[in-house]
Every structure is written in structure tokens, then in C-alpha cells.
Design a protein around this ligand. Structure first.
Ligand code: ADP
Ligand code: MG
Length: 461
């Protein structure tokens, strides 16, 4: 509806005024009709009283003519009435009536018994109300007609209509103005909110919208907005932290490569020495590549561009294969990886993602537990509707206060130690993402000094 004003405030007022006008017109019409009916009823009552007076005072003479007693009473000087015989001969006419004629009245209707009221317009445009009635006097039927001017009735009615015509627009005007200011007042929080939102940018994401009345719709809107700002602020901060952490992590191996190179260039060394330097550089390069791979994985995960291929997966053989893949690392530390899997369990999972998660858990277990220790990998079902793979080690364990944090990106309990072992604190974050992306859960139980156990739980098919 393009012809409506764009502004909600004006639009609301317009609708409001329109509805009010409609209601007031109905109200005025009903009132005018009621006033008219009331005035006419009064007139009819007066006519009826006149009728009774005439009826009581009229006398039929032996010659058939009609006389009115106390004819000189001033009352009769103002009354219009006629008395007709049953064969429609005029028997009597009051003095004000003389010289005036009534338009033809349906005699048939008059002949029936009872009172008959009708309204008419005389030749001189005067509107009149006529009462006619039929009476029986000494065996003879006579008709009485009484007339009263409706002038007063119409004067009063038009006075009332005029009043309505003046009062109605005034009422609508006042209500319209009132409505406009009220809507303006009620909608002013929206203006405040708009002004505030317009000012919120990345540098002041901490700002919140004013909540004027928390219980009304606008308060609720402001609340919802504030919640959204909170979420945006958090994810923005997370992103900022992630970028600066990533830059920081990338800087360490790069600095290492540079200083190894600089040391190597300081003075001439033998070939063996250079081989060692190149080896160290390659080692740092390997770390760097690993870190970049992990960062790429996470950024794809965040952007939701990682493809998932859910297939039927036999957990026992899958675990054996994955352990074999990393076996060499454990052997370097003389560790034994024991697989406890009684039966073959089939789940629906993404092979690559699950392998990534399990490898990260095994890598941690190998890295953080001492030489010659045992790592137990169990595959089983729980509560009849879930399957799990659990990696349990005899390492140092994780203190309680770090339990949830170790799943955060770049979080490490002991940063120095983790870096020495080539970690960047992304392993568990990736593992948790990979498991939850396929509808599973990654949980952990650990006590300082008693080792840790990480469990991937997947729902059974
Ligand atoms: N099996 C474990 N035993 C002891 N600590 C662990 C174990 N697994 C993880 N952690 C702790 O959790 C931190 C985060 O693990 P992770 O995300 O894999 O990062 P990274 O291995 O690169 O340090 C590690 O730095 C370590 O402090
Ligand atoms: Mg790790």
C-alpha cells in the first residue's frame, strides 16, 4: 500500500482516526435517530391528549351537527382539528384550521378502528403530524382528525444534528492529536534504540541498548538485541584471540628457523654440522606445516566448508588400523598400546574425521605419558545405545582447574613442555570438533598423578 505514509507513527494515527470517525458516525446516527423517535413520541402523546379533550367536549346535536363545549376556551384557539361524518362530510372544523387544506389522507386506513398517526407536508411546506381516530357516538360513527405542527420537532432535531456536526470533527481532531503524541511517546524507545544501534561498531561492541521497561515488547526487543550483541562480541573476541594466538604460534617456529640459520652462518663449520642445522630447520618446518594444517582445518570447520561422508564403520578394525598408524611413535618411547575390543561394533561415522580425533588423543597419550608405560584403548558399547573408544594413559594427569579449558584452541597446561613436544594446543579442539560434527561426544576424566582417559562416544545405528 504505497499511498500510506512510510512513518509508522503517522500510519497508526491515521488508522486510529479512521476507526474513530467510523465509530463516531455510527454513534451520531444512532443518537439522532433516538432523539427523533423520542421527539415524535412526545408529539404523538400530545396529539393523543388533544384527542381525548376533543372527544370529551364534543356534542352531537339532534340535527346531526357537532358542537364543542366551551368553544371559547383559549385552548381551542390553537388546536387544529376536524370532525367528519361516516360518509365523509365535514361536521366541524376548529378556527385555526379554516382556510387550510390537508393533502388527501387514506380514508380506508382511517376507517379502521384505533389511532392512526402520519406525518405530512402542507402546501406551505409546513410539516405536520396528524392523528385520526374513529369514535361511535350514540350509534353514529364519526372521525376526528387532529393536526400539530412538527416545526418544533425539526428545529430541535436540526439543533442536535448541528451540535453533532460541530462536536464530531473537534473530537476527532483532539483524539487524532492525542493519538499522534501517544504513539510518538510509545515509539520513542525505538528511536533511542535506532540511534544507539547506529553507533555500535566493532570498536564499541561492549555497548548495550537501553531497556526502558523490561516487561513490554520493546524491552523484550532490546533484550534480544543485547543478547545478540553479547554473542557477536564474544565471537568477535574469540576471533581476535584466535588470530593473535595463531600469529604468535607461527612466529615461534619462524624465529627458531631464523636463529638456527643465523648461528649456522656465523662461522665456517663442517658438513656434519650443516646437516644438523638443516635437520633442525626441517624439524621446525615440519612443526610449522603441522600448525598451518591444523589452522586450515579449524578455519574450514568454522566456515562449515568441511565435507562429511557418513558411512558404516566397524569400530574394532578402525581402531586397530589407527593405532598401527601411530605405533612407531609409541615404540620410540617404549610404550605399549593395548587394544581391548571384544566384539565388532558398527557405527555411522565419518572415517577421516574420526581418525583425526583418535590420532590426536593417541598422540597426546604417547606425548604426555612416561617411557615404558601402557596405553589402553578400549572399544565397547554403553547403555545399549552408544559405542565408545576410550584412550587411557598412565601419564601425569590433568589438574581439575584445566579440565574444560584444555579443549579450547591453543590452550596448554604447560606451554613450554607442550611446545618442546611439538604441540600447539589445537589437538583437543580439533578432536572435539571432529567428534561433535558427527553427532558424538568427547569427554575426559583425569586426576593429577593418576593418568587421563579420553572417551569418544558415538550413538549406535
Ligand atoms: N593425555 C594427556 N595427559 C596429560 N595432559 C594432557 C593429555 N592430553 C592433553 N593434555 C593437556 O591438554 C593440553 C591440550 O592438548 P592438545 O589440544 O592436544 O594440545 P597439544 O597437545 O598441542 O599441547 C596439552 O597441552 C596438555 O597440557
Ligand atoms: Mg595434542
Amino acid at each position: 500500500m504505497s499511498f500510506l505514509p512510510k512513518n509508522v507513527r503517522t500510519r497508526l494515527t491515521l488508522w486510529y482516526v479512521l476507526a474513530l470517525t467510523f465509530i463516531l458516525i455510527i454513534y451520531a446516527s444512532v443518537s439522532i435517530s433516538l432523539v427523533y423517535i423520542n421527539l415524535r413520541n412526545n408529539l404523538d402523546d400530545q396529539l393523543q391528549q388533544d384527542y381525548e379533550i376533543v372527544e370529551n367536549l364534543m356534542r352531537v346535536m339532534p340535527d346531526g351537527s357537532v358542537k364543542i363545549e366551551s368553544e371559547d376556551d383559549p385552548y381551542f384557539h390553537e388546536r387544529w382539528f376536524q370532525i367528519w361524518s361516516s360518509d365523509w362530510k365535514m361536521l366541524y372544523e376548529s378556527s385555526p384550521f379554516t382556510g387550510k387544506s390537508l393533502p388527501s389522507i387514506s380514508r380506508e386506513e382511517e376507517s379502521t378502528s384505533g389511532f392512526h398517526f402520519q406525518s405530512m407536508q402542507l402546501n406551505n411546506n409546513v410539516r405536520v403530524r396528524i392523528l385520526s381516530g374513529k369514535i361511535n357516538i350514540e350509534g353514529k360513527w364519526l372521525f376526528i382528525r387532529l393536526v400539530r405542527s412538527e416545526e418544533r420537532l425539526w428545529n430541535e432535531l436540526s439543533g442536535f444534528i448541528r451540535l453533532m456536526l460541530i462536536a464530531l470533527p473537534i473530537a476527532i481532531f483532539i483524539a487524532g492529536f492525542g493519538g499522534y503524541f501517544l504513539t510518538k511517546k510509545f515509539l520513542s524507545p525505538i528511536d533511542e534504540m535506532t540511534a544507539k544501534v547506529r553507533k555500535i561498531g566493532e570498536e564499541n561492541l561492549k555497548e548495550r541498548l537501553p531497556v526502558i521497561n523490561p516487561d513490554d515488547e520493546l524491552g523484550n526487543l532490546a533484550h534480544v538485541f543485547n543478547d545478540m550483541l553479547e554473542r557477536i562480541q564474544k565471537s568477535f573476541e574469540r576471533l581476535k584471540r584466535f588470530t593473535s594466538d595463531a600469529a604468535h604460534e607461527l612466529r615461534t617456529p619462524l624465529t627458531a628457523i631464523r636463529s638456527i640459520g643465523e648461528v649456522g652462518l656465523q662461522d665456517y663449520k663442517d658438513a656434519k654440522h650443516y646437516r644438523e642445522i638443516i635437520g633442525s630447520m626441517l624439524e621446525e618446518n615440519r612443526r610449522l606445516t603441522h600448525l598451518v594444517d591444523n589452522l586450515l582445518f579449524l578455519s574450514r570447520a568454522d566456515a562449515k566448508t568441511l565435507d562429511k561422508h557418513l558411512i558404516k564403520l566397524e569400530l574394532k578394525s578402525f581402531t586397530q588400523e589407527t593405532v598401527e598408524f601411530i605405533q612407531a611413535l609409541a615404540e620410540e618411547k617404549n610404550q605399549i598400546i593395548i587394544i581391548r575390543a571384544e566384539k565388532e561394533i558398527t557405527v555411522i561415522a565419518d572415517r577421516a574425521l574420526l581418525k583425526q580425533a583418535l590420532l590426536n588423543l593417541l598422540d597426546n597419550a604417547i606425548k604426555y605419558s612416561p617411557e615404558n608405560s601402557e596405553i589402553i584403548v578400549s572399544v565397547d558399547t554403553e547403555h545399549n545405545n552408544a559405542a565408545f573408544i576410550e584412550v587411557k594413559d598412565n601419564g601425569p594427569g590433568i589438574p581439575e582447574e584445566h579440565h574444560e579449558k584444555i579443549f579450547e584452541r591453543f590452550y596448554r597446561v604447560d606451554k613450554g613442555r607442550s611446545r618442546e613436544m611439538g604441540g600447539s594446543g589445537l589437538g583437543l579442539a580439533i578432536a572435539r570438533w571432529a567428534v561433535t560434527a558427527q553427532g558424538g561426544k568427547l569427554t575426559m576424566e583425569s586426576k593429577t598423578g593418576e593418568g587421563s582417559s579420553f572417551r569418544i562416544t558415538l550413538t549406535l545405528t
